[in-house]
Design a binder for this molecule. Structure first.
Ligand code: NI
Length: 394
């Protein structure tokens, strides 16, 4: 493995940062201490500019290289999750009910490690923007930073993201061109029937029976209406109705999630979900109201940037350990908002643990500190590769 030597020497220091962040998790848009930690470190490294308070707690650091060149953005996320940690590690969360269960502590640390090295070495031409964003898990901190002028204030031409991946062993990377993570939408369907005595159902209109029919019908969307070559998920995740054994309730409510990759599939699922809810309600002589909320868009990697990222990863770990056609993931990621605006790529960095159940969002998850230098080296080499000093810009 060809770790940047100065970064290999930072292993212990980066591990200490990561464990400090892990012990002090903060939820979406509350990353005050984390943002201060990041900004203080960036200033101590001597980066040229540090901008705070973008999308409340977002931080952008600016490092100028030697001479003119293009500008790229490197992005890390800072927020934790509302989970009770069960790792029993010495650095486990000290905040009740909050936990870095997705490795954003590691992502922040790796970008800080890269910032430290880049500010010192400046072996590149052009400008690097280090984007530390809030609220990836919920509320779309990336979208909020864009709304607050991220790309106007900082003339970023291409943008890059990285996420740890427990299903891959440490020392491996995975990436794919095109759609890599799904759009995530949510729905609430309310069926309004007529409540009555449980023993005399003919006197009412039973929303529970209609809800059961609707759950079944919704399963036909992916099975019968989505192109089998495309991928989508419709899951009903909550049904609520009734309070008694002998009462047919007035109404029933269904919640769920819809995942998709293509814009046309996404639009079709939204339209057909409404039609099925209204149609099945009508068949049961009742009405349906549907609230459909579009969440994160699909994450779509641009192919040129995927090739560049994969080449940099291959330089570090060898091409056999870089999977360039890794299967897409039905999870969602708000870096997708940045990739809607700028070309770029999002790469997965193996860290192991998946086979043992230490997956992202598990109370037993922990970021693997062993990969900190590799992730930081990826950032540094990506900058040096994309913003070369001696040649024309790539
Ligand atoms: Ni995450």
């Amino acid at each position: 493995m060809r770790i940047v030597p100065d970064i290999a020497a930072m292993q212990e220091e980066m591990t200490a940062w990561r464990r400090h962040l892990h012990a002090h998790p903060e939820l979406a848009f509350e990353e005050q201490q984390t943002a201060r930690f990041v900004a203080d470190k960036l200033r101590a490294f001597g980066v040229d500019e540090v901008h705070e308070g973008i999308a409340r707690t977002g931080v952008v650091g600016v490092i100028r290289g030697r001479g003119p060149g293009s500008a790229i953005g490197l992005r890390a996320d800072m927020d934790a999750l509302p989970i009770v940690e069960r790792t029993n590690k010495p650095w486990a969360s000290r905040v009740a009910g909050k936990m870095h269960a997705c490795g954003h502590d590691g992502h922040t640390t790796m970008l800080l490690g890269a910032a430290c090295h880049l500010a010192r070495s400046r072996n590149f031409a052009g400008t690097v923007y280090l984007i530390f964003q809030p609220a990836e898990e919920i509320y779309g901190g990336a979208a909020k930073m864009i709304e607050e002028g991220l790309f106007e204030r900082f003339p970023i031409e291409r943008v890059f993201g990285l996420h740890n991946w427990p299903d891959l062993p440490p020392g491996e990377f995975a990436i794919r061109a095109g759609p890599a993570m799904a759009a995530a939408d949510r729905f609430t369907i309310r069926l309004e029937g007529i409540g009555c005595h449980g023993a005399m159902p003919h006197q009412g209109r039973d929303p529970v029976v209609a809800a059961a029919a609707l759950v079944q019908a919704l399963q036909s969307l992916v099975a019968r209406e989505v192109d089998p070559i495309d991928n989508a998920v419709v899951s009903v995740t909550r049904i609520a109705a009734g309070d008694a054994y002998n009462v047919i309730p007035d109404s029933a409510e269904l919640w769920g999630t819809v995942r998709s990759f293509r814009a046309d599939t996404r639009a079709m699922l939204e339209r057909r979900l409404r039609e099925l809810a209204e149609g099945i309600a009508a068949a049961h002589r009742m009405s349906a109201t549907v609230a459909y909320e579009r969440g994160y868009p699909p994450l779509v990697n641009s192919s040129e940037e995927v090739s560049l990222s994969a080449a940099v990863a291959a330089e570090l770990v060898g091409p056999a350990k870089v999977h360039t056609d890794y299967p897409p993931c039905m999870g969602a990621e708000d870096f997708a908002f940045m990739l809607e605006k700028k070309p770029g790529s999002y790469i997965w960095l193996g860290q192991g643990g998946g086979a043992e159940g230490r997956v992202c969002h598990s109370p037993y998850y922990d970021f693997n500190d062993e990969v900190l230098p590799l992730g930081a080296s990826y950032w540094v080499r990506l900058v040096e590769h994309l913003l070369p000093r001696d040649r024309e810009r790539s």
